[in-house]
Design a protein around this ligand. Structure first.
Ligand code: ADP
Ligand code: XUL
Length: 545
């Protein structure tokens, strides 16, 4: 038996095929900017001021192309795939019109997905998680329940620009014509699951926690918030029921995929979830273990059994363990901000090579061995508006005076090498500071690095020496595909459906310790509480927070 895990992220659609022990059999991807130049997206999206959107039709083309690529490899038989699940960019929404249900049901292998489904959307765009255009809606969301603390207590997060509830409310305000034609709203995860199911499937509960609409403790859409949409019943029906069972299959695969690609007709579609919930499914996490995901965005994820909501971070229902939660920090300026500094250091040589960046970073760490104190340099590198803290695009460098650390003596760094180190230190210090309330120990137990940049040992080392995990840091080979792997694990868990096996035992068996590589932790003792205080002081000085 084989299983397929899909990851529909900002820049690409990935598919990983695994056996029932989670061993990789094959992998393929479609990169939107490269494979679909006609759409003219930049890194998978269109950016227009604060608005960031992705074309839904491009994703339809990507599904057909990905399956062709997987099959062309000729390394496995597609009819052996017994289950499919997915983990997709969070918060994005897809607006179906009233042609969708019928067309999904009657898709034929004669035409492509795009040819058949392109007329099924009230809007052919999907708001992306990098969108910042919903301040007015966020204010309304928080006001409707009494403020950010209350909204965080109910939904697990204060209002965020990218969260789906404020985004849908903005579509209603800015595009009333479009909104009047909407029959159902999917998240990106339930959209992709719907294509494979040949019918619109319900939104997964864990991913629904990224909407600012779901009352996590009462397990229902919050009535006060729904009144913001004028007709609460209508919006509730557009969203549909929220699926609280992350395990049981929701459908057998649509006949389209059976006749076009040779899937077996009893291949099950196991609920798809968000990419961050998907990522935690790729590892055997214990309490106080942290995943740092170094993808396009940077996220830090932790599993906790306590519902301890705060406006400082996000809490989501765990995607496979209904009694647990996932804590999350999410930063917009992750890889793209690091790439900007890499490009500066590469100068005229426009390669995407990280060698010079890594050499500069390793050298800086090697040569700077003093305890981080109040006079250290701090930089903030936000080429895009940032989520944490909520500020507009900016680049700030600060050096505090060396005696008291009370005054700024310079706002320049001498060398680009200092930026190379500066961006990693400040990204890591922000995570360390903000993760602390979710941990029951002073520091994380283990840190696992995943996502695109986890292939880069120098970057992982630089993060690790700031986060100071008590039992070390690890990368897992091929874990740049953690999210797709987590989705594949979910597919296995759903299809095998062994009632006596809990999620934790299931994944521990498939992810034993010998799969992890230790990351060096150079001079971790340099980063004490002073370093955190310096970071907090610099943020307060720069952003008034
Ligand atoms: P996504 O978040 O879109 O799924 P990935 O997890 O694949 O994307 O991460 C893509 C990012 O990983 C790229 O923007 C790139 O900057 C970064 N990346 C890939 N390889 C390296 C490397 N060797 N060193 C640093 N960053 C890397
Ligand atoms: C999470 C978030 C991002 C996207 C990336 O809240 O906005 O991590 O899920 O795809």
């Amino acid at each position: 038996m084989l299983f397929l895990g899909l990851d529909l992220s900002t820049q690409q659609l990935k598919g990983i095929v695994v056996d029932s022990n989670l061993n990789q059999v094959e992998i393929a991807n479609v990169e939107f900017e490269v494979d679909f130049p006609d759409y003219n997206t930049r890194k998978g999206v269109y950016t227009n001021g604060d608005e960031v959107q992705a074309p839904v039709k491009m994703w339809l083309e990507a599904i057909d192309l990905l399956l062709l690529r997987l099959i062309e490899k000729g390394t496995f038989s597609i009819s052996d795939i017994k289950g499919i699940s997915g983990a997709c960019q969070q918060h994005g929404s897809v607006f179906w019109n009233n042609d969708a249900t019928n067309t999904l049901k009657n898709m034929t292998a004669k035409y492509s997905l795009k040819e058949q489904l392109e007329k099924c959307f009230a809007w052919d765009m999907s708001p992306n998680w990098q969108d910042h255009s919903t301040q007015e809606e966020c204010d309304a969301f928080e006001k409707s329940v009494g403020g950010p603390d209350q909204l965080a207590a109910i939904t697990g997060s204060k209002a965020h620009h990218r969260f789906t509830g404020p985004q849908i409310l903005r579509v209603k305000r800015v595009h009333p014509q479009i909104f009047s034609n909407v029959e159902r709203v999917s998240l990106v995860s339930s959209f992709l699951a719907s294509i494979f199911s040949g019918k619109i499937v319900n939104i997964d509960e864990s991913d629904a926690c990224g909407m600012n609409l779901w009352d996590i403790e009462k397990k229902e859409l919050n009535a006060s918030i729904l009144t913001l949409f004028d007709d609460p019943d209508k919006i509730a029906s557009l969203i549909g029921d929220i699926n609280q069972d992350g395990k049981s299959p929701v459908a057998s695969i649509s006949p389209y995929f059976v006749s076009k690609y040779g899937f077996c007709s009893d291949c099950s579609i196991v609920p798809f979830t968000g990419d961050n919930p998907g990522t935690i499914l790729s590892l055997p996490l214990k309490p106080n273990d942290v995943i740092v995901s170094l993808g396009t965005s940077t996220t830090a994820l932790v599993v906790t059994n306590n519902y301890v909501p705060s406006p400082l971070y996000h809490l989501f229902v765990h995607p496979t363990n209904p009694h647990a939660f996932m804590g999350m920090l999410c930063y917009c300026n992750g890889s793209l901000a690091r790439e900007k500094i890499r490009d500066e250091i590469n100068g005229k040589d426009h390669s995407k090579d990280w060698t010079k960046f890594n050499l500069a970073l390793d050298r800086y760490i090697q040569e700077n061995k003093t305890l981080i104190n109040s006079s250290h340099m701090v930089g903030f590198y936000f080429p895009l508006s940032e989520i944490i803290p909520n500020v507009h695009a900016c680049q700030i460098r600060l050096q505090w005076d060396s005696i008291m650390g009370n005054e700024i003596v310079s706002t320049k760094f001498n060398e680009v090498e200092e930026d190379v180190n500066g961006i990693l230190e400040s990204q890591a210090l922000s995570i360390r500071h903000r993760l602390a309330p979710m941990l029951t120990e002073k520091s994380p137990r283990r840190v696992y690095f995943v996502g695109g940049a986890s292939q880069n040992q120098s970057i992982c080392k630089a993060f690790s020496r700031v986060l100071v995990p008590s039992e070390g840091s690890f990368v897992v080979q091929d874990m740049k595909d953690a999210c797709a792997l987590g989705a594949a694990a979910k597919a296995i868990f759903g299809v095998l459906n062994n009632p006596s096996e809990h999620w934790e035992a299931f994944i521990e068996k498939r992810m034993p310790d010998n799969k992890f590589l230790n990351v060096d932790n150079p001079q971790a003792d340099l980063f004490g509480e002073d370093a955190v205080n310096l970071f907090v002081k610099s943020e307060t000085y720069s952003f008034g927070i």
